[in-house]
Ligand binder design. Structure first.
Ligand SMILES: [Zn+2]
Length: 69
């Protein structure tokens, strides 16, 4: 099974974050914002998620933390 990234947007602090679908399943629906612990988060579209993922990967590289497989 492939791991797919899903992008979420917090409606409380307006921050975006990306989670692996495997991680989401392990949380069993109890998703909270990693920034403010709010449960008011909105799932983004897959196309947006993909674009967001590429942005995050670039960001990680710039900070010397590359987790590409
Ligand atoms: Zn938040």
């Amino acid at each position: 099974m492939l791991s797919i990234y899903t992008s979420y947007n917090c409606s409380k602090c307006s921050k975006e974050f990306v989670l692996l679908s495997d991680d989401v399943e392990s949380m069993k629906g109890y998703l909270v914002c990693p920034f403010c612990s709010s449960q008011r988060i909105t799932k983004q579209k897959i196309t947006d998620s993909l674009k967001e993922c590429m942005g995050h990967r670039k960001y990680k590289k710039e900070n010397g933390v590359t987790k590409q497989k």
